[in-house]
Design a protein around this ligand. Sequence first.
Ligand SMILES: [Cu+2]
Length: 145
Amino acid sequence: MRKDTDRSCMAGDNGQKFFRRTVTTFLAVAVFCLSHPSLLEAGEPRVIDIRLGSYYIKPDKISVKANETVTLNITNEATLIPHNLVIEAPEADIHIKVDVSAGKSASATFTPTKTGIYKMSCAKKPPFGKSHKEKGMRGSLEVVP
Ligand SMILES: [Cu+2]
C-alpha cells in the first residue's frame, strides 16, 4: 500500500534512530564510567617508585589505601652495594622482600588488607659494622582506610 517515496522516507528514519541509539548508548556508558571511577582503575595497580641507595630509601614514607593493589617499582641507585626492601606485616597480608643489585630495578605487587603503619627497611648487614637499617635505610608504609 505504501508508495516508494514513503519507503525511502522510512529508511531515513531508521538510520536516524540507529544513530540516536548509538549516541545514547555511548553517552550512557561514558556517564556510568565517570560516576564509577573505581571501575576504570580496576585491574591496573597503582605504581609507586622507590629508590634505594647507600644509605637511604626515597621516599621513606609511602601511603596506600587498604585493599588497593599497589606495585612498588624499586630501583637501587648504588654503584656497588646490593640493597633490598623489606616490609613484613602478616597481619595486613604484606610480605615483601625484594633484593635489588646495584644499578638494577625490581618490583613487588601487593594488596594490604589492614590499616596501620608498618616498617620498611633494607635488611642488608655487613659482617662488621652497622646494618643498612641503622645507617638510614628505614621508613614506613602507611595503610589508610
Ligand atoms: Cu641496603
